[in-house]
Write a protein that binds this ligand. Structure first.
Ligand SMILES: [Zn+2]
Length: 312
């Protein structure tokens, strides 16, 4: 089997957003994760810079009235409070670029078997409203654009961020081409859950062993019942025991095991895999980056395995 250099999709815009002092969103994490990758041997040839999606593309997923209000800053205060960011031109550009990044990551996964987006996972954005730091649902926008280009694909969205992927589940509720699956804390935001095609709610303080066993069952279901042509994987690290918004008890080694299991599964069954880094909330950015870096480590171990190459 040919050795693969995992493509990384990144834009400097991801960390360029002026936020009020003490805002809890770790906006620096994107740039710091890129720095981590460079420090740990990422090559120049691995990097791809995404283009923003245009409003016409976004309108295939979201309702036009919402988009007009978003672009002209005419959503009301309640709507902005639910989103959790103040309006700015930077915020719009960053959001459109992040959606373009997830789309690019899916395209790269189809040609390279795997790709990792250093942003993405804005899964709380619904058709006509945003919430929980999510304005536009990059996962849904990317899936819809990929399906326009490749209408016969079956897509599985595997969302392992600690928060339920409620926006994605609702947006694809009636679309059999996209299978939505969410493993999440049952007592965490969003407090009123919606129905994904497959939900796996987890109780507070879920351990590594319980978590990985639940994940194994989900992967088996996906292999037997869904048989996807591509997996869009949300690798949120707010499942971490030290996360400030998660309530699970997953260790750093547990995060690596999760990412390693998902990537190995995709490689073994020859399913292209596009990963986004998703959520992760810690004031200690060094610790946060270490958690997100587990996905990059798993990508390296699974897809650049020299032994596999010798066997081929
Ligand atoms: Zn989350």
């Amino acid at each position: 089997m040919k050795k693969v250099e995992v493509p990384f999709v990144y834009s400097p815009l991801y960390s360029q957003l002026d936020l009020p002092p003490r805002h809890r969103y770790p906006i620096e994490k994107y740039r710091l994760l890129k720095d981590w990758a460079l420090k740990h041997g990422a090559k120049a040839s691995q990097w791809y810079t995404p283009e923003p999606v245009n409003w016409e593309q976004v309108a295939r997923t979201h309702c036009t009235d919402y988009l007009t209000r978003l672009s002209t800053n005419s959503l009301d205060k309640v709507a902005w409070r639910r989103i959790g960011f103040p309006w700015s031109e930077q915020l719009l550009q960053r959001t459109l670029t992040s959606a373009g990044g997830t789309l690019r990551t899916m395209e790269l996964a189809l040609t390279h078997r795997v790709a990792i987006h250093f942003s993405g996972g804005y899964h709380h954005a619904h058709k006509d409203w945003g919430s929980g730091f999510c304005l536009l649902n990059d996962l849904a926008i990317a899936c819809n654009e990929i399906l326009r280009k490749y209408p016969h694909l079956k897509v599985a969205v595997l969302d392992t961020d600690v928060h339920q992927g409620d926006g994605t589940a609702t947006l694809f509720e009636k679309d059999s081409r996209v299978f939505t699956c969410s493993l999440h804390g049952e007592r965490n935001f969003p407090f009123s859950k919606v129905k994904s095609d497959l939900d796996r709610p987890l109780s507070k303080n879920t351990s590594d062993r319980e978590y990985l066993s639940a994940l194994g069952e989900v992967l088996t279901f996906i292999r037997k019942e869904v048989k996807p042509d591509i997996i869009l994987y949300d690798a949120g690290v707010d499942i971490y025991q030290r996360d400030e918004l998660g309530h699970l008890n997953i260790s750093l080694a547990g995060i690596f095991q999760r990412d390693f299991s998902v990537l190995s599964f995709a490689k073994q069954h020859e399913i292209p895999l596009a990963a986004v880094i998703g959520g992760g909330y810690q004031r200690n950015l060094t610790r946060l980056i270490r958690a997100h870096a587990q996905l990059l480590r798993a990508g390296y171990y699974v897809y650049t395995d020299d032994n596999q190459e010798k066997e081929a």
